[in-house]
Design a protein around this ligand. Structure first.
Ligand SMILES: CC(C)(COP(=O)(O)OP(=O)(O)OC[C@H]1O[C@@H](n2cnc3c(N)ncnc32)[C@H](O)[C@@H]1OP(=O)(O)O)[C@@H](O)C(=O)NCCC(=O)NCCS
Length: 383
């Protein structure tokens, strides 16, 4: 493979094939378009499987049978506690630090306490065990940090609750309703994996040096934070708040587009005719708004969608409905992106393991645009 031609520049690597993967396909293997996790269409998974089943699918290659799920879920439930040293740190990080930055530090600290810390970075089985622990512990770290930064007492994990219900419980201290738990679980399923997006790519680049899985996840968290990627769900909520009422939507969008602003939660590098995840989540937004008896944000979202679609031909992406969904669950805007991360960790880990199982160092080239060759002048001759 060495000596590959370096002659075409694709800004943002758009359209460049940088990996092979058996994990997700965002074009659909039947040619019909859409998103598939290991050959299962997202619409099908959304109706039938939990986050735990989805994480198992990504890490182990197929959906679990009943016994496999019982064991996997049992391991996740038992792994939820986080080290005391991390709890202390989460309480000491200044309250104004963004939860994504706290999460990045938390995952780095978790690596020091992992029982497989000394396993080789390419040890497949150890990497799967580390991935399972991260799935369980990132949720706890996010919830604990939330409560500690607000001066609230910690709500320890409950082993009788599944991943989605337990997270909402640790954040609020209340066991969620079934509608709420189901909608949250679904949002995790939809956020779990998305081929070679920016954060997954950075995770794969990191471990392609034979660095460890935790370093790959830390790199991915840092990449996810940006508003053009995971940070978009927080920004999408701000759009709804700024528009404020259905009758202002059309002119607000017109003005924003005239100022060349990006409407967060709309557009996608790959899906040009619509993000299937957004379509699935929208129905749950409507159901949840009905359950809590407040459809104000649905009434604002609808004309915004219409305006962005008609004025710019941009359909909503997954972050558009998820911002509303999390608002209905009383989750604060600052933890929207950490929630994305706690779901996506299974996808990141699956990609990291796939990369390490068939590794080749990622080392692209750049076209040099700086000054031509020139002599170095002694310092006294420099202006
Ligand atoms: C996701 C995103 C970065 C992909 O964009 P991309 O494929 O790189 O598209 P480009 O940046 O090349 O934009 C193409 C055109 O669409 C416009 N555009 C793309 N997304 C837009 C948005 N959300 N709002 C307004 N205009 C947008 C660009 O301004 C550009 O317009 P122009 O041709 O008139 O200059 C982009 O759609 C975006 O910034 N969306 C908002 C952030 C977001 O929701 N991210 C989450 C993605 S899941």
């Amino acid at each position: 493979m060495s000596g590959a031609a370096v002659n075409e520049y694709h800004p943002g690597l758009e359209g460049v094939i940088a990996s092979e993967t058996a994990i997700a396909n965002i074009e659909g293997t039947d040619g019909a378009g859409g998103l598939e996790y290991r050959g299962y269409r997202i619409e099908d998974l959304a109706d039938k499987v939990s986050y735990e089943e989805t994480a198992f699918l990504l890490l182990h290659g197929d959906l679990p049978n009943r016994e496999q799920l019982r064991e996997f879920d049992g391991r996740l439930r038992k792994a939820r506690a986080i080290p005391e040293a991390l709890v202390t740190l989460l309480g000491e990080i200044p309250a104004n630090i963004h939860p994504m930055d706290a999460l990045r530090s938390a995952v780095s600290v978790l690596s020091h306490f992992d029982p497989d810390v000394n396993a080789a970075p390419t040890d497949h089985e150890a990497n799967v065990r580390k991935a399972e622990r991260m799935i369980a512990q990132m949720a706890t770290a996010i919830a604990y940090r939330r409560r500690l930064s607000k001066g609230l007492p910690l709500v320890p994990p409950r082993e009788d609750l599944d991943h989605a219900a337990n997270f909402l419980y640790m954040v609020s201290g209340k066991v969620p309703s079934k509608t709420m738990r189901d909608a949250f679980d679904l949002s995790l399923v939809l956020y779990t994996e998305h081929e070679l997006n920016a954060s997954t790519f950075s995770a794969r680049v990191t471990v392609s040096t034979l660095s460890d899985i935790y370093s790959g996840i830390v790199a991915a968290i840092g990449t996810l934070k940006g508003p053009l990627h995971g940070g978009a769900n927080e920004e999408a909520w701000k759009v709804l708040e700024r528009v404020g009422s259905p009758d202002k939507a059309e002119s607000w969008i017109q003005d924003a587009l005239a100022r060349k602003e990006r409407i967060m939660g709309f557009g996608h590098r790959v899906y040009k005719t619509g993000d299937p995840r957004a379509r699935i989540l929208k129905e749950h937004c409507i159901a949840l708004a009905k359950e809590i008896g407040d459809d104000r944000w649905e009434r604002i979202a609808e004309p915004i969608e219409k305006a962005v679609t008609s004025q710019k031909n941009l359909p909503p992406n997954v972050d558009w409905p998820s911002a509303r969904l999390y608002h209905y669950m009383d989750l604060e805007i600052e933890i929207y992106t950490p929630i994305f991360a706690m779901a996506r960790v299974a996808g990141w880990a699956a990609h990291i393991i796939e990369q390490l199982d068939h590794n080749r160092l990622m080392r692209p080239r750049a076209i040099y645009t700086g000054p031509p060759h020139r002599p170095v002048r002694p310092i006294e001759q420099r202006s």
